[in-house]
Design a protein around this ligand. Structure first.
Ligand SMILES: [Zn+2]
Length: 335
């Protein structure tokens, strides 16, 4: 059995920089038509010039793959109308990390509802720039995402024409919030469709499954699966593929992030196939994002076949999601 996916899109990926970028960028560009590239480099992507320079570095590695990297800016409180107007032709998205979250976000937005943040949301709304948010509070780890939900509602209500993406949702609370306002959308990763906290820490600790937001309860995972398998029109695929060298995962102080880019489509095919929902995979990995973001992707077709595929133990120095496991689907051709 074969299926064709037209223009697969990854709406949230970390391509890093330097040696790591030279390994992982081609693994995304090979299989995806477009990717939305996160800005948390060291130092982060702060302005249009940074974004253009980063894009050029990515394109120098992916130039032969009919692939477009789309750039995001770091949300910071000194964004002005002038900066945003200049950025608008190069950047359709701005990524907001609350101050306490994720790699390289220390010192950023302390309150997503500050007067300054609201002023910037207003300008973004006017200019048609999409807001991506890593929606977690600084509370107890299992409650962080659910406790953030009122912030989404407040922003969505105050800025009805601002497109707001709830990134990498992991809870039933987020799934239930999605339809409360027409301008709220979401992305879902691969791993959050499969794993729960039991897989990460229920028995032996699995550092390669540790990511933020952390995987939650069975009912949370099932709510995400329901959204993805039904190809809910407000949900698109964002792998949040985040490569870390093996020694930074298998150590005290394990880095957060799951590397899934080169195996995402194959594992997604297995998930959708086993649920009898293969017909909805095209919408989840492409069509929904095309509609939400009003974009025209590069033309690329990935042909997947139902044939065993052993996920490599490593890509360079990075251990991928489900390393060494055999799955039902493999990539036959990309054209
Ligand atoms: Zn991320």
């Amino acid at each position: 059995m074969e299926i064709q996916i037209h223009n697969p899109l990854d709406m949230h990926v970390h391509l890093r920089d330097a040696d790591m970028m030279s390994v992982v960028a081609p693994l995304t560009s090979k299989y995806f038509s477009w990717a939305l590239v996160m800005p948390n480099l060291v130092p982060p992507v702060m302005n249009t010039a940074d974004a253009i320079w980063y894009r050029q570095r990515i394109e120098s590695l992916t130039g032969n793959d009919n692939f477009t990297p789309f750039m995001t800016l770091f949300f910071h409180e000194w964004l002005t109308r002038e900066i945003l107007e200049k950025a608008k032709d190069h950047i359709m998205w701005i990524k907001l990390y609350p101050a306490w979250i994720t790699t390289n976000s220390e010192g950023w937005v302390k309150s997503v509802l500050s007067e300054k943040a609201k002023e910037i949301f207003g300008i973004m709304e006017e200019l048609g720039i999409v807001l991506h948010i890593h929606g977690e509070t600084g509370d107890f780890v299992m409650d962080r995402e659910a406790n953030f939900m009122p912030n989404y509602l407040e922003i969505a209500k105050a800025f009805p024409n601002l497109t707001i993406i709830m990134e990498h949702i992991t809870t039933k609370a987020a799934a239930d919030t999605l339809d409360m306002f027409p301008n709220l959308y979401a992305t879902i990763t691969l791993q959050h469709l499969e794993i729960t906290l039991d897989d990460v820490a229920g028995w032996a600790l699995k550092p390669h499954l540790f990511c933020k937001p952390i995987a939650k309860r069975y009912e949370d995972r099932d709510a995400l699966l329901e959204l993805a398998l039904s190809a809910h029109p407000k949900v698109s695929f964002g792998s949040d593929s985040a490569p870390h060298p093996q020694h930074t995962k298998e150590c005290p102080g394990c880095a957060a992030g799951v590397f899934s880019a080169p195996i995402s489509l194959q594992v997604l095919a297995q998930i959708f196939d086993r649920a009898g929902k293969l017909d909805n995979l095209q919408k989840f990995v492409s069509d929904n994002a095309v509609n939400i973001y009003k974009i025209t992707p590069n033309t690329k077709t990935v042909i997947l076949e139902k044939k065993d595929f052993v996920i490599p133990e490593k890509y360079w120095d990075v251990v991928p999601y489900r390393a060494g496991e055999t799955i039902d689907w493999s990539i036959k051709e990309v054209k």
